[in-house]
Ligand binder design. Structure first.
Ligand code: HEM
Length: 311
C-alpha cells in the first residue's frame, strides 16, 4: 500500500474518533461550553478558567480543526501524487468540500444555539442534517483511501438494477442514521432533564424514538436479501467478505441497539452504537464501490480474448 493510501486510511480513522467526540459533546450537554461564540470560545481564542463543558466543547473544536487540516493535507498530497483527472484527486476534493460543509453545520449549531438543552423541532432537523453530512464526508474519505489502495473506479451509468440496489442500500442506511440522530436527541434531552422546558416538542421527540428501531429492523430484510444477491451476482473475494461482514455486523448492531434501549442509552453505549454505525457505513461504501466496479460486462470484456483462444 502506498504512503498516500496509508495516510488516507489514517485520516478516515481520525475522523471517526472526532465524530465520536462530537457525540460525547452532545450526550453530555456540553455544546454551549463556548457560549454562542464561533470560532472564538466565550469570546476568547484560548478560554481562561474553563468549566468542564467548555473543555469538552473546546477540545472538540481543536480536534475537528485538526481533522480539517488533515483533509486539506490529503487534498494537496493527492494533487501532487496523482495525475490530472485521476479519481483519487476527485475523492480528496469532495472530502474537502464536505469537510467545509461539516464545519459550517457545526458553526451553525453553535451560532443558532441548537445545542445543550435546547428543545425545538429545528434542532432535530439540524441533528439529522449534521449526521447526513457526516456520512457523506466519511463516504468521500473512504472512497479516496479505497481508490488510492487500488480500488477500481466505477461508472454510475449502465448498472441496471444493481445500481438501484446499491443506491437503495446507501439511502436506507442514511435514513436509519438520521432517525438515530433524532432518537439520540430525545434521549439526551431526557437525560439532561430538559423535556419540561418545552413539553410539546420534548414529548414529540420522545415519541419519535420508536421509528429508529422500527426502520432498522425492517431495513435488515432489504440489506440481507439485496446485498447478498448482488454479492453473488458480482462476486469477488473482497465483495463476498464485505457482504458477509456487513450483514453480520448489521445484525449485531440490532442487538446492540436493543441493549442500548434496555440500558436507557448511557453515554458509553451511545458511543459504541455510533462507532459500529460508522464502521458499517464505511464497509457499505467500500462494498458499493466494489459492486459497481465489478460489472458483469466489464468482466466479460476482460475474459473475451481467453475465450477466443479455445476452439
Ligand atoms: C443497523 C442498525 C442501526 C444503525 C445503523 C443505527 C444507527 C444509529 C445512529 C447513527 C444513532 C445516532 C447516534 C448519535 O448521534 O450519537 C443511533 C441512536 C440510537 N439507536 Fe440506533 N441504529 C441501529 C439500530 C438500532 C436498534 C435496532 C435500536 C433499538 C432496538 C437502536 C437504538 C438506538 C437508540 C436508543 C439510540 C439513541 C441513543 C444513542 O445515541 O445511542 N438502534 N442509532
Amino acid at each position: 500500500m502506498s504512503r498516500f493510501a496509508k495516510f488516507a486510511w489514517l485520516v478516515l480513522g481520525y475522523n471517526v474518533l472526532v465524530i465520536l467526540w462530537g457525540a460525547y459533546v452532545r450526550a453530555t450537554g456540553s455544546g454551549a461550553g463556548c457560549g454562542s461564540h464561533w470560532p472564538l470560545c466565550n469570546g476568547e481564542i484560548i478560554p481562561r478558567s474553563p468549566t468542564v463543558e467548555t473543555l469538552i466543547e473546546y477540545s472538540h473544536r481543536l480536534t475537528s480543526g485538526l481533522a480539517a487540516l488533515l483533509v486539506l493535507a490529503m487534498l494537496i498530497w493527492a494533487f501532487r501524487a496523482f495525475p490530472r483527472k485521476h479519481i483519487v484527486r476527485f475523492g480528496a476534493l469532495m472530502s474537502m468540500v464536505f469537510m467545509v460543509l461539516e464545519a459550517l453545520v457545526g458553526a451553525g449549531l453553535v451560532l443558532f444555539e441548537q445545542v445543550a438543552d435546547n428543545v425545538t423541532m429545528a434542532r432535530a432537523v439540524w441533528m439529522a442534517a449534521h449526521l447526513l453530512n457526516t456520512f457523506i464526508l466519511l463516504g468521500w474519505i473512504t472512497l479516496t483511501a479505497w481508490w488510492a489502495s487500488g480500488g477500481s473506479r466505477f461508472a454510475l451509468r449502465g448498472q441496471g438494477s444493481a445500481g438501484w440496489g446499491v443506491f437503495g442500500a446507501l439511502f436506507l442506511m442514511t435514513l436509519i442514521g438520521m432517525s438515530g440522530a433524532v432518537t439520540a436527541l430525545g434521549d439526551t434531552l431526557l437525560h439532561l432533564g430538559a423535556i419540561e422546558k418545552n413539553p410539546l416538542v420534548g414529548e414529540t421527540l420522545l415519541a419519535l424514538r420508536i421509528y429508529h428501531p422500527t426502520l432498522a429492523i425492517g431495513i435488515a430484510v432489504y440489506m440481507i436479501l439485496v446485498l447478498t444477491n448482488l454479492a453473488l451476482a458480482r462476486p469477488s473475494p473482497t465483495i463476498l467478505r464485505l457482504a458477509l461482514g456487513f450483514n453480520g455486523l448489521y445484525l449485531a448492531q440490532l442487538g446492540l441497539g436493543a441493549l442500548n434501549v434496555w440500558l436507557k442509552a448511557p453515554v458509553w453505549m451511545q458511543l459504541v452504537h455510533l462507532l459500529i454505525t460508522d464502521i458499517l457505513w464505511i464497509m457499505l461504501v467500500v462494498l458499493s464501490a466494489s459492486l459497481l466496479a465489478n460489472q458483469p460486462q466489464a468482466r466479460a470484456i476482460v475474459q473475451e480474448p481467453k475465450a477466443s483462444i479455445t476452439p
